[in-house]
Design a protein around this ligand. Structure first.
Ligand code: SF4
Length: 123
């Protein structure tokens, strides 16, 4: 069985046809121990291509420097290096997809409680 994730305009995501088992594994990882999940970006490696902003605009946004940053639930960009924000449960798969496909390999996703990496360069 295959599953196609789509962008808000209905177009399939790049590399979006994946086996359901893969999605389930990612979901299991994100939901491990029902832990809260946090995300941050290493802007030193960001290419500015905007994939993450397309996938999860509620969590990622460009600043005037053309690089992506995380933002909190109030929509405030977190510009400090290594600043992290919690990921709402309904956006976890979008954030995981962003980390998996980030061309700069610079989106870090980890469990909030113990910092165990879930996706990104340290996972
Ligand atoms: S996907 Fe990665 S490289 Fe691309 S804009 Fe987002 S953080 Fe930067």
């Amino acid at each position: 069985m295959r599953y196609i994730r789509r962008l808000a305009d209905g177009t399939p995501r790049h590399g979006s046809v994946v086996a359901v088992d893969t999605l389930n594994a990612a979901s299991d990882a994100a939901n491990a121990d029902t832990a809260e999940v946090e995300v941050w970006i290493d802007q030193e490696l960001c290419t500015g291509d905007g994939l993450c902003v397309q996938y999860a605009p509620e969590v990622f946004e460009f600043d005037v420097d053309g690089l992506a940053y995380v933002k909190d639930s109030d929509g405030d960009l977190k510009l400090a290096q290594g600043a992290r924000v919690p990921v709402p449960a309904n956006l976890r798969l979008d954030v995981l997809d962003s980390a998996k496909e980030c061309p700069g390999n610079c989106i870090h996703v980890a469990r909030a409680g113990d910092g165990v990496p879930i996706a990104g360069p340290d996972a």
